[in-house]
Write a protein that binds this ligand. Structure first.
Ligand code: ZN
Length: 99
């Protein structure tokens, strides 16, 4: 018997069931309906988000990044910024709800 876990209505694309093999050697959790894969956020990204929470210096960080490159930010980086901003807001909302 293999260890599997099915999460109903967990697919962000079609709302289908996600099949998780609960094993590090198999693929990441995948929707059995449309094949969408849940993207697992790497630990280092999570740590960076955590680091941002205690400080109000996101603008400073971007300024540092822009110095030396002289190039406009890539669209991929723009998307990443928006994603991190969303995560940060969600965490703040959770903290407000607790306190
Ligand atoms: Zn799906």
């Amino acid at each position: 018997m293999t260890q599997e876990l099915i999460e109903l209505d967990a697919c962000q694309r079609c709302g289908g069931a996600i099949l998780d093999y609960l094993s590090p050697i198999t693929d990441s959790p995948m929707c059995i309906t449309c094949g969408w894969r849940r993207v697992i956020v790497p630990a280092d990204v999570l740590a960076e988000v955590e680091a941002h929470l205690g400080k109000n210096f996101m603008e400073d960080r971007y300024t540092h990044k822009q110095i030396g490159t002289g190039k406009p930010p890539l669209s991929g980086w723009e998307r990443e910024k928006r994603r991190r901003e969303r995560v940060r807001r969600e965490k703040e909302d959770q903290q407000l709800a607790v306190s």
